[in-house]
Design a protein around this ligand. Structure first.
Ligand code: HEM
Length: 266
């Protein structure tokens, strides 16, 4: 399942073998989740109360009908797949911590939750994931004096905006402190889309992403591990972005101080 989820994220908006691998992984996952939905409804499998599975299995549409198993599987996958995508940013976090031991030291401190959130924002700003989003104008409109005819294709340059020197001081420097005193404004930081998520298509999983990263990254910072020789470059013409060697770590050890922090956190 993990391999299939990664294949689906890695094949996003890209032609060729990665795309075909993603399609096969998607078909397999949908079939598996569809069967799971049927099993839960027939009492052959359990869905933990309040889990995504539980909510989707019991959801009724406007006509009061349960979702058919295939649609339910797609809805479930729409939650599980992007949650797995957060591992891309965890790999980027490994890259960032390796380059900036000073930042890693600060993240090891026990009760600096604000810094961990600022780090999560800076990860999402600095590292490439989806480079741009496309959409079609549904009507004739005008934006900052520019006429846009109905049907025109409009691209939102996510990476460009997240590195725009008019918005960000020193945009090509990785610096979580920029978000410490000033959380990002709605349409400044747009790695997961812009606008209002309640009325538009902005990613509804942004808070989940930030929560996962700010929980996982301090744990990663506290682990002891070796970083073997590898290719740390991140080509900007690959979609989704990725460290060339995937950011490999070896010989993972859990220091006693990290175990103490985990016990305190739990
Ligand atoms: C690596 C982390 C993530 C990235 C980079 C990301 C990025 C995006 C982007 C760029 C969009 C399209 C926004 C638009 O069209 O304006 C999107 C939409 C979406 N995301 Fe995420 N996302 C992430 C994590 C999540 C998580 C954790 C969830 C749910 C648990 C999630 C659920 C969704 C859904 C359901 C949509 C479709 C929204 C719609 O079309 O109305 N995403 N995401």
């Amino acid at each position: 399942m993990a391999r299939d989820l990664v294949a689906m994220v890695d094949g996003f908006a890209t032609p060729g073998p990665r795309h075909w691998r993603a399609r096969r992984a998607r078909a397999r996952s949908e079939a598996w989740l569809g069967r799971l939905v049927e099993d839960v409804r027939e009492g052959a499998a359990a869905a933990p109360a309040g889990s995504a599975l539980d909510v989707v299995v019991r959801h009724r549409d406007v006509d009061g009908r349960l979702l058919d198993p295939h649609t339910a599987a797609i809805e479930l996958l729409n939650v599980i797949r992007p949650t797995a995508a957060v591992c891309w940013f965890v790999a980027y976090a490994g890259h960032a911590l390796h380059r900036r031991p000073d930042i890693r030291e600060r993240l090891r401190e026990d009760d600096d939750a604000g810094y961990a959130v600022a780090f999560a924002h800076e990860l999402r700003r600095f590292y490439p994931f989806a480079p741009f989003l496309g959409g079609r104008a549904v009507t004739d409109l005008e934006w900052r004096g520019e006429p846009i005819p109905s049907g025109a294709l409009i691209l939102l340059d996510l990476y460009g905006q997240n590195h725009d020197p008019d918005l960000w001081n020193d945009p090509y420097t990785f610096e979580p402190r920029r978000f410490l005193d000033r959380p990002p404004q709605r349409d400044e930081l747009v790695p997961q889309g812009g606008g209002d998520r309640a009325t538009g298509h902005r990613c509804p999983g942004e808070d989940v992403t930030i929560a996962l990263l700010s929980a996982l990254v301090p744990r990663l910072a506290r682990l002891a591990y070796d970083v073997p020789e590898q290719d740390p470059r991140i080509p900007l013409n690959r979609m989704p972005g990725r460290v060339r060697s995937g950011f490999v770590i070896e010989g993972v050890r859990v220091p006693a101080s990290a175990r103490r922090s985990e016990r305190a956190a739990s």
